[in-house]
Design a binder for this molecule. Structure first.
Ligand code: NAP
Length: 239
């Protein structure tokens, strides 16, 4: 089958070679946010499609048979665009989204980053691991000392925000050393799921965890693993 795999995640990086080895023709699509994305072992395209209409056009032109949306659990727009375009064309579409972390009772859960940052007490020392797509809530809290951990350069930020450029994964020892050496008191994170090293390190050190809830996925089939996506594709493949 000719498959479009929407990537930008570890799961997509695992799935692309699996599909290729099963004989499918996979194209991986990346938003183009990361300068040097990891290797997917399959042909890759970069950049947006131009909304639902643009995606529909691309899918038809490339004669795609199935679409697997393995974008990040917090990708806001692409899952909905993928669902709409696939529906309009009658294409099978799957959402692949890793399981969320089971929140510990002592973590503070928030509906949004704005909510989370507003609840951090003044003078806290914060490790911000929520990415670089939404920085305004941090910028307006000059009463905090914030270390923002990001992959790409976020540009100029106010003096109370220091940038730590690093690419995951991080070991529990690395996370512990970082939290200790900076004297971190509060950690912000999206409920992305996956490795929980920063959470375990924070819990062990008594750092307060502020966790942001996931957006709901569009209705339709959803699996949590690459193996689940392979099984789904087998089901929808014409016999
Ligand atoms: P988004 O809000 O869902 O997408 C914004 C726009 O970027 C989309 O409308 C689409 O443009 C384009 N786009 C997104 N993913 C794309 C893909 N895989 N291929 C081609 N175009 C794509 O997503 P986002 O939160 O900005 O994230 C962008 C990318 O970074 C995603 O691929 C996601 O997997 C990855 N990522 C996001 C997060 C996060 O926390 N949000 C974390 C880690 C990785 P058009 O409408 O023009 O098609």
């Amino acid at each position: 089958m000719r498959v479009l795999l929407l990537g930008g995640t570890t799961e997509a990086r695992q799935l692309a070679p699996m599909l290729r080895d099963l004989g499918h023709e996979v194209t991986v699509s990346l938003a183009g946010v990361t300068e040097t994305p990891g290797d997917y072992g399959a042909p890759t395209r970069r950049g947006g499609f131009g909304g639902v209409g643009g995606l529909q056009h691309w899918l038809s032109e490339q004669r795609i048979d199935a679409l697997i949306d393995a974008t990040h659990p917090f990708a806001d727009q692409m899952p909905s665009n993928a669902a709409q375009a696939a529906k309009a064309l009658g294409l099978p579409r799957l959402r692949l989204c890793r399981p969320a972390w089971q929140a510990a009772p002592h973590w503070q859960q928030h509906a949004s980053l704005v909510d989370a940052v507003s609840k951090i007490p003044a003078d806290a020392r914060v490790l911000a691991t929520t990415g670089q797509d939404q920085l305004e809530p941090y910028c307006s809290r000059s009463d905090l000392m914030i270390w923002l951990r990001v992959i790409e350069d976020p540009g100029t930020l106010p003096a109370h925000i220091r940038v730590l450029r690093a690419r995951p994964p991080f070991s529990i020892d690395e996370e512990t050393d970082l939290l200790k050496s900076l004297g971190i008191t509060n950690l912000t994170t999206k409920n992305s799921g996956g490795g929980r090293m920063k959470l375990d390190a924070a819990d062990a050190l008594g750092v307060k965890v502020h966790i942001i809830a996931r957006p709901a996925p569009p209705p339709g089939p959803l699996v949590e693993t690459s193996a689940g996506a392979v099984a789904w594709l087998k089901q929808v493949a014409p016999s």
